[in-house]
Design a protein around this ligand. Structure first.
Ligand code: ZN
Ligand code: ZN
Ligand code: FE
Length: 754
């Protein structure tokens, strides 16, 4: 029978996911000859054999692909028959890169079993990995994805590993990061800067944790500080050392059974916990949880995650507590420590105990954080496990770069119709983070081999990110309004390119009028927007100072509704002198920007009713207010809506008066909080419905950090959906400022495309 041949190029997530072994086995099964290789474009396959077998091969390629693979496109070309006598996997070709570097993957069940099987040659080998699991993004320097281009290149495979690597039937066939006791990187324990000779470095770390000590532990994307989560004294010490009073710590839990003892978990939450990304899941705390109150004080949620490397599994096998605080090890305002020597130096004020390994981390990556809200998986932080999987977009975004904002920074680069978002960089307030931003941009663009033609950034004139963007080599610079970027990110991540009513609620974003925006109703598409409605402006006395001191905004809210005497009689803990000072600032507008911010409104109410007067971490006042809300309370407060210069102004003054009234009548805070939430739900729903009707639109997009609030999202979604409105939120990216980079890329792309 006549033989034919074909060349295929498979694009998508096809490297580092077991694709070549799968192709090899499929070709063997169908008696086809030829070869398969990784290239810059994806996976290239040359096939020779009967035409019917080739057809079946293509069908099965799509149908039976490995679980972690994603096929975006198969390009089929005619080719020359070479009369090959076998099928082979050949070394990678380096060509134009258009493929996707894979994300880090939590340890798989097969590796877990080997790790704990006495007879396995990798028994207790903490850095165990295979084709289906282990580090990826954090160790890759460039593409195509090959061991030689990872930080494992300096470890030469031993005979046994090599045999596995070249055996097409082995589950480590062509698995780039594999290693073992004989040839691979090793874990060691460092005390006071010196390696301690030991057969069991993990045992030493566990012993110290059992004694109530803090140990720095290197994982996949950086270092954690680990401590027993049931030991209040240790956690108090850790909080003092980190100067972190209330911000919640994440807890690594030995397994899912123990997770159920500390949090109420829905099916969806369990699925996410057990998933290959292994993020931190923010779940509802159990009242009878054995975990110390110092883990997440004053809020009703707890962030938990499961062990995602061999190191974690072995550590939790040895600690007496199945619950360990594992918090990113970073000096205040710096990125997570990820280099051994650096960490040992910089973390010395926290601990002298280090569990390290010599598999270098090239790209750092914090743990990702997910919250399930009303059944929706909402990313709070998108980093390890998710980065750098691209977000498909409805428009061409090629070579457009977005630098994000100054808080919760990520940056992003477009490639054809996909946006690659960086790992979480963080708050750009320190020199160290600013430096890491620049280094990370360089590494990321090099990894993706992508040039930059257009640079987009936030309108804020004082953002550090903006200054970096403006300094980048590119002749096209595009300024994007903060909340437009939020809504554009919601649209693009849902693959939509159309008009919507966008509701952007967050803390701070620079507005086109120079004021601080943050409670905005926009008529928006990817290209442009118009402000239709917003929260009434209030003065923010002291600017940034009032952000960390919510009672200042409470004072400003009261200023609007009380006469001077009643205002001064209201106890927010200010001295008479402070009251005069604030009063003067607000009246004259001195150092008191005008803000229309949802985050500040939460702050103000939180302080007004005595929940949180000083904020020690971003969003604290709002989170604590949400935590105490009585879920059974159905009451709400009044608010006003008026027109001003063709914009609708939402005035919460009556709400403030109602809250004062409830306080005077000794209504419990839990009820006041619930009524406040219910009022916002009502106001957002009613205004959205009105505007959707006015502009004949059927979709409303919600974006911004305030939509991490479950009561808001649930309430608004239900109200709008019951009226036939489709509600979208950013999908696969966060709702908070880490989605700005994506939004900037799509806004700039649609503007530059004309
Ligand atoms: Zn594995
Ligand atoms: Zn080996
Ligand atoms: Fe924002």
């Amino acid at each position: 029978m006549a033989k034919s041949s074909v060349d295929l190029v498979v694009k998508g997530i096809v490297q580092g996911v077991g694709f070549r072994p799968f192709v090899f086995r499929l070709a063997k099964e169908l008696k086809l000859n030829g070869y398969v290789t990784n290239s810059g474009e994806g996976v290239e396959i040359h096939l020779e054999g009967e035409e019917s077998s080739i057809d079946e091969f293509v069908l099965r390629l799509k149908k039976d692909k490995p679980p972690r693979a994603r096929i975006d496109e198969i390009v089929e070309k005619d080719s020359t028959l070479m009369n090959l006598s076998s099928f082979q996997v050949i070394a990678s070709k380096e060509t134009k890169v258009s493929t996707i570097p894979p994300p880090d993957i939590a340890i798989c069940n097969d590796c877990k079993n080997e790790l704990l099987s006495k007879n396995d040659r990798r028994y207790l080998y903490p850095l165990i990995s295979c084709m289906n699991c282990g580090p990826r993004f954090t160790i890759i320097k460039s593409l195509p994805y090959d061991r030689s281009r990872t930080t494992l290149s300096k470890f030469k495979l031993c005979k046994d590993c090599e045999a596995e690597y070249f055996n097409p039937t082995n589950r480590r066939f062509r698995a780039e990061p594999i290693s073992c006791w004989v040839c691979g990187p090793k874990v060691s324990f460092v005390e006071n800067g010196k390696i301690v000779k030991s057969e069991d470095p993990i045992g030493i770390a566990a012993e110290l944790i059992n004694k109530g000590e803090i140990v720095a532990i290197k994982g996949i994307g950086g270092f954690h500080l680990a401590a027993d989560a049931t030991n209040g004294n240790t956690l108090k010490m850790l909080r003092a050392l980190k100067n972190r009073h209330f911000k919640p710590f994440a807890v690594m839990v030995k397994n899912i059974d123990f997770a159920r003892k500390v949090a109420y978990l829905s099916e969806e939450e369990e699925r996410i916990l057990l998933g290959q990304e292994a993020p931190i899941v923010l779940a509802k705390k159990r009242e009878d949880s054995p975990i110390s109150e110092f883990v997440s004080p004053k809020i009703n949620t707890i962030g938990i995650f499961l062990p995602y490397t061999g190191i974690h599994i072995l550590l939790l096998e040895k600690t007496s507590s199945p619950y360990l605080v594992m918090t990113s090890a970073n000096p205040k305002d710096e990125v997570i420590s990820y280099k051994n020597e650096d960490a040992i130096k910089k973390l010395s004020s926290f601990t002298s105990h280090f569990l390290i390994h010599n598999r270098d981390i090239y790209n750092f990556a914090d743990d990702s954080v997910v919250r399930v809200v009303d059944g929706l998986e909402i990313l709070v932080r998108r980093s390890r496990g998710y980065v750098p999987v691209p977000i498909p977009t409805p428009i061409n975004v090629d070579k457009v770069f977005g630098i994000g904002g100054d808080l919760k920074n990520t940056f992003a680069i477009g490639k054809e119709k996909e946006v690659f978002i960086s790992q979480h960089i963080g708050d750009l307030s320190s020199y160290s983070t600013q430096r890491e931003l620049k280094i990370s941009i360089r590494k990321f663009l090099k990894l993706l081999k992508q040039d930059v033609k257009v640079v987009a950034f936030d309108m804020h004139p004082d953002y550090y990110s903006r200054s970096v963007a403006e300094g980048m080599k590119s002749n096209i610079k595009v300024e994007v309004q903060h909340h437009h970027a939020h809504i554009a990110a919601a649209l693009a991540s849902n693959n939509l390119n159309e008009d919507v009513i966008g509701v952007a609620c967050d803390g701070t974003g620079y507005g086109t009028d120079g004021n601080v925006w943050g409670f905005e109703f926009l008529l928006s598409n990817l290209k442009s927007f118009r402000r239709l409605a917003h929260l009434k402006y209030f003065r923010l006395p002291g600017g940034d100072k009032a952000v960390v001191e919510p009672r200042r905004f409470a004072f400003s809210l009261l200023y609007e509704v009380l006469d001077k005497e009643s205002l001064f009689n209201f106890d927010l803990g200010f001295s008479e002198k402070e009251k005069e000072f604030l009063y003067g600032m607000i009246r004259s507008g001195t150092n008191s920007p005008m803000v229309s911010s949802c985050g500040r409104l939460f702050d103000g109410i939180s302080a007004l009713i005595g929940v949180c007067s000083f904020s020690t971490y971003e969003g604290e006042a709002a989170m604590e207010l949400e935590s105490i809300a009585d879920q059974n309370e159905e009451g709400s407060y009044l608010y006003d809506v008026s027109f001003k210069n063709s914009e609708i102004i939402l005035d919460p003054s009556k709400l403030v008066v109602d809250v004062i009234h409830d306080l005077r009548n000794s209504i419990p805070k839990s009820k006041i909080s619930a009524r406040f939430h219910n009022t916002l739900v009502k106001a957002i729903s009613e205004l959205s419905l009105y505007l959707a009707d006015e502009y004949k639109l059927k979709k409303v997009a919600l974006s911004g950090g305030s939509f991490l609030n479950e009561i808001l999202v649930k309430g608004v979604r239900r109200n709008l959906m019951s009226k036939g409105i489709n509600v979208i939120l950013p999908r696969g990216v966060s709702v908070n400022d880490s989605c700005l980079s994506l939004g900037q890329v799509v806004v700039a792309s649609s503007r530059e495309a004309n």
